[in-house]
Design a protein around this ligand. Structure first.
Ligand code: FES
Length: 311
C-alpha cells in the first residue's frame, strides 16, 4: 500500500480507550518481560493491538513502538513488511490467496483473478467488498504447498467446504468452484463467522493433525525439542559473585548450579524465575564455577557453558 492510498486514519485519542486499558497494559508488560529487550516483543505487541482494533491504524503502530521502546519508523517498517498486519480495515472474512512459487505454478493467478472479479475488489488487502464481508489479499507461501493453490480465511486454511465446514482436506487444492463454495458458506454464515478450531486450524480432518481421528502424527512429548540453554553466562567476582545470563522467552525456570572446579561435581545453588537476569552469590569467590540449567515446563535444556568467576 502506498502512502497515497492509506485509509482514513483514526487519531490516537480515538483508539486510546481500546489500547490504554489496565488489561492491555498488563498483557503488554507480560509480553515484554518474555524477551531480552522490549523491542523484541514488537511483533507480539503489534499483533495484540491489531487483535483489539481488528486492524492496525498508524496511531496503533506508533503506540506499539512506544510500548516496545523503539522508533515509530522501525515499527512501521515491520508492520508493512508482514502481510499478517492489516493496514486498512478488513471485512469479516479476510481471504488470503498464496501467490508464491508452487501455488503460482498450479494456477493461483487465475484464482486471484476469479476472486477479484467475483468479489469486485482488488487483492491488495485495502478494500472491503460492497456487502462488508470480504477483503482479498495476495500473500506469500502459506506453508501448505502440498495443497496448492491454497487460501487462508482469517486464521485458517480453506480449500473446500465439507459437511458444512470450511476446511482444507488432504491434497485438496483451491479451485474456482471451491472458492465459490467457500464464499457462499461465508455469506450463509456471516452472523456466526468462522469459528476457529481450538486445535489450531481447519486441518482437523487431515491425518497429519495430531487431533484428528486415526491421525498418524503424535502430540508432542515433553522431551521433544528441548528448550535452548541459557546463553552469555558471566560470573564476576567482587563482593561475592555476580552472575548474569540471557534466556529464551519460553523458559519457565532457571536452576543455577555451583562447583569449585570446572569438572564438578555440581551442586544446586538457587532457582530463578524467567524474569530474573542476574543472581548474586554472596559467598562466591574468584575461581568459583557456575552453570545454569534452563527449564521450560517439563522440558529441560542441556546445561549452559560453564562461567568461571573472574574479577
Ligand atoms: S507456495 Fe503456496 S503455500 Fe507454499
Amino acid at each position: 500500500m502506498t502512502h497515497a492510498n492509506l485509509p482514513q486514519q483514526p487519531t490516537f485519542a480515538e483508539i486510546a480507550p481500546r489500547l490504554e486499558t489496565p488489561a492491555m497494559k498488563a498483557r503488554v508488560a507480560d509480553l515484554i518481560r518474555r524477551y531480552p529487550s522490549p523491542q523484541a516483543a514488537l511483533l507480539q505487541v503489534l499483533w495484540l493491538a491489531q487483535h483489539e482494533l481488528q486492524w492496525l491504524p498508524q496511531a496503533a503502530i506508533e503506540w506499539s513502538a512506544h510500548q516496545c521502546k523503539t522508533s515509530p519508523v522501525h515499527a512501521y517498517g515491520v508492520a508493512t513488511f508482514y502481510t499478517m498486519y492489516q493496514k486498512a480495515p478488513v471485512g469479516k472474512f479476510l481471504l488470503q490467496i498464496c501467490q508464491n512459487v508452487t501455488c503460482h505454478a498450479l494456477g493461483s493467478e487465475n484464482l486471484i483473478a476469479h476472486a477479484e472479479k467475483t468479489l469486485g475488489i482488488p487483492a491488495d488487502g485495502a478494500h472491503v467488498s460492497a456487502d462488508g464481508l470480504f477483503t482479498l489479499l495476495r500473500v506469500e507461501c502459506l506453508g501448505a504447498c502440498g495443497n496448492g493453490p491454497v487460501m487462508q480465511v482469517n486464521d485458517d486454511f480453506a480449500t473446500d467446504v465439507v459437511d458444512g465446514v470450511v476446511t482444507m482436506p488432504k491434497s485438496i487444492s483451491l479451485t474456482t468452484e471451491r472458492f465459490d463454495k467457500i464464499v457462499a458458506w461465508c455469506r450463509a454464515n456471516k452472523e456466526k463467522g468462522l469459528v476457529r478450531d481450538p486445535l489450531g486450524g481447519t486441518l482437523a480432518g487431515d491425518l497429519g493433525h495430531p487431533g484428528a481421528e486415526g491421525a498418524s502424527a503424535q502430540k508432542q512429548n515433553s522431551d521433544y525439542a528441548p528448550p535452548p540453554p541459557a546463553l552469555a553466562v558471566k560470573a564476576i567476582a567482587g563482593t561475592g559473585v555476580a552472575l548474569t545470563w540471557k534466556a529464551a522467552p519460553e523458559i519457565t525456570e532457571l536452576r543455577i548450579e555451583h562447583s569449585s572446579t570446572e569438572s564438578g561435581p555440581w551442586a544446586p545453588l538457587a532457582t530463578c524465575s524467567p524474569k530474573d537476569k542476574e543472581f548474586a552469590h554472596a559467598t562466591g569467590i574468584a575461581g568459583d564455577c557456575y552453570r545454569i540449567v534452563a527449564v521450560s515446563g517439563a522440558r529441560v535444556a542441556k546445561p549452559s557453558q560453564i562461567a568461571k568467576a573472574g574479577v
